[in-house]
Design a protein around this ligand. Structure first.
Ligand SMILES: Nc1ncnc2c1ncn2[C@@H]1O[C@H](COP(=O)(O)OP(=O)(O)OP(=O)(O)O)[C@@H](O)[C@H]1O
Length: 306
């Protein structure tokens, strides 16, 4: 287990920021800590890095206790905070050179690593530009470059796509996929559920300091919505009834020939056959159920039960 916590709790005065967190992240996994602002994601991250002390409970990161061995954790774990602090007056290269000094790398090794990470993040061409002139997306990539200087086994990214336009966010998520392919374990936090769900192997949904749901998106969809598959169909209007009668279909929403079908399995063949038999098939696609919907539905049910 790369990250493990038991009963991890942080209380600020009267606010329980993180409440009895049991979290396990395995080697090579991309795990998303997801939830609205103020739900405890950043506090969790700070405790894992030894930057704030838990009130109760314990954590292990790569086997080290962040409270008692914070330097061992920091040496091995890359951290991208939610607002990255670089020296605006210095160039990208100079900022990273500063970091390599803090890491204690000797000049030759430092310069080789800086070139490597800047090239990877697509920033080599702008290495001599002052960071003050960087866009938010470039700054985030420079933040990830800085994380990689350390050659970490684990990277913890706090709200990595916040403030990025859709294209920059997509590029950033692609970089995260590449890091995963290299075997780096990633923990990332976000309140943009739909955006990061694509890259996460598993997610933990936070609500008021508690991790209320944890699993793959499909598992959560099955547990909360009743089905893990969403088929989108465009066909002749009026097929709702017939679609609902297909075995494995849980719910069908229809809007003028556009259908959203929630199902227990991938029912595209059955749906296609039905659409062709009853008229015409104009479009068919399988979507991952959305975490936003899972989250919303879960809280409707919680509120309803209460
Ligand atoms: N240093 C602090 N002192 C007092 N209260 C705090 C402190 N840090 C966080 N909190 C409170 O703890 C709760 C959890 O905050 P936290 O920042 O961990 O949430 P978050 O999910 O990361 O949200 P965000 O996305 O806004 O960072 C909030 O109610 C917040 O106000």
């Amino acid at each position: 287990m790369v990250i493990a916590t038991r009963g991890l709790t942080k209380v600020y005065g009267r606010v329980v920021a993180v409440d009895g967190l049991d979290l396990e992240v395995q080697e090579g996994e991309v795990f998303g800590l997801l939830g609205p602002n103020g739900s405890g994601k950043t506090t969790t991250i700070l405790m894992l890095l030894g930057l704030t002390e838990p009130t109760r409970g314990e954590a292990r990161v790569l086997g080290f206790d962040p409270v008692r061995e914070p330097l061992k954790v920091k040496a091995r774990v890359g951290y991208l905070p939610d607002s990255v602090g670089f020296y605006g007056e210095l160039t990208a290269w100079e900022n990273l050179r500063y970091t390599t000094r803090l890491l204690g790398l000797e000049a030759k090794e430092a310069e080789a690593r800086i070139e490597e990470v800047l090239r990877r993040m697509g920033l080599w061409e702008v290495k001599d530009r002052r960071v003050a002139a960087f866009s938010r997306g470039m700054r985030q990539r420079l933040g990830l470059a800085e994380v990689l200087l350390k050659r970490p086994k684990v990277a913890i990214l706090d709200e990595p796509t916040l403030g990025l336009d859709p294209e920059a966010a997509r590029e950033f998520l692609d970089l995260i996929r590449q890091l995963k392919a290299e075997g780096i374990t990633l923990l990332l936090s976000s309140h943009l559920l739909h955006q990061v769900q694509e890259v996460c192997d598993r997610v933990g949904l936070f609500h008021k300091g508690r991790m209320v749901l944890v699993g793959t998106v499909e598992e959560l969809a099955r547990r909360v919505l009743g089905g893990g598959y969403e088929v989108h169909l465009e066909a002749t209007p009026g097929l709702g009834e017939a679609l609902r009668a297909l075995p494995g279909v849980i719910r069908v929403e229809e809007e003028g020939g556009r259908y959203r079908i929630l199902a227990e399995e991938d029912l595209r063949p059955q749906v296609a056959r039905l659409a062709v038999e009853r008229g015409s098939l104009l479009g068919l696609a399988l979507r991952r159920p959305s975490l936003d919907e899972i989250y919303a539905r879960y809280f409707q049910e919680v509120a309803h039960a209460a």
